[in-house]
Write a protein that binds this ligand. Structure first.
Ligand code: ADP
Ligand code: ZN
Length: 208
């Protein structure tokens, strides 16, 4: 199963991806998580990525495509993968297509998790993230329910940055909806509902 998840920031892509990997045992490839891990370790990649992330902008394609290619070359991707947060613009989508062609693979689905802007703003501004494992929970949660790690507010979940991330999504990422519709692999789910309901639809849409 080779699928990718699209949708605005805070749509719940990561949550849906997590359920899918638990059940189907294929890796989730989240460029956002990869960048955050690099930021935490203060690697050169992390220091470069942080400048863009904190401003709600996309990390340059050369950097992003490079780390995805490296990741896709690993053995665990042979069974499939769930891409979460990549591609985020047309150049990245084209790069992904040529990489998959080189691997002799095809995308099975591009799953769009739709959530209106107002809900995105509400969700992101009230969300806290675990410093250790990345789990997200509503504000007020001080200890991670999954690993007991410390919860914090992501720099880019502050109000000034949320609007910029939404702008970036609408101008750069949303055009991919038509791109994948054109490739006849677009599936859409209403993400503005409880996680379980969304997941039930996701499984139906992916015929799982
Ligand atoms: P969200 O979906 O909640 O906005 P992510 O965790 O997917 O957040 O990404 C956080 C940030 O990491 C983005 O705002 C962007 O700066 C950077 N990033 C993640 N994926 C990509 C990508 N495919 N291309 C460029 N930048 C990316
Ligand atoms: Zn945790």
């Amino acid at each position: 199963m080779y699928i990718l998840l699209m949708g605005p920031p805070g749509a719940g892509k990561g949550t849906q991806a997590e359920r899918l990997i638990e059940k189907y045992g294929i890796p989730q490839i989240s460029t956002g998580d990869m960048f955050r891990a690099a930021v935490k370790e203060q690697t050169p990649l992390g220091l470069e990525a942080k400048k863009y992330m904190d401003n709600g902008q996309l990390v340059p394609d050369a950097v992003t495509v490079g780390i995805v290619k490296e990741r896709l070359a690993k053995d665990d991707c042979k069974k499939g993968f769930i891409l979460d947060g990549f591609p985020r613009n047309t150049a990245q989508a084209v790069a992904l297509d040529s990489e998959l062609a080189a691997m002799g693979r095809d995308l099975d689905a591009a799953l769009l998790v739709s959530v209106p802007d107002a809900s995105v703003v509400e969700r992101l501004s009230s969300r806290r993230t675990c410093k250790s494992c990345g789990y997200t929970a509503p504000a007020g949660t001080e200890v991670c329910p999954r690993c007991s790690g410390e919860m914090y507010q992501r720099e880019d979940d502050k109000p000034e940055t949320i609007q910029r991330r939404l702008d970036t999504y609408h101008t750069q990422t949303a055009p991919l909806i038509e791109y994948y519709r054109g490739h006849s692999i677009l599936k859409e789910v209403d993400g503005d509902r409880p996680v379980d309901e969304v997941y039930a639809d996701v499984k139906d849409l992916l015929s799982l």
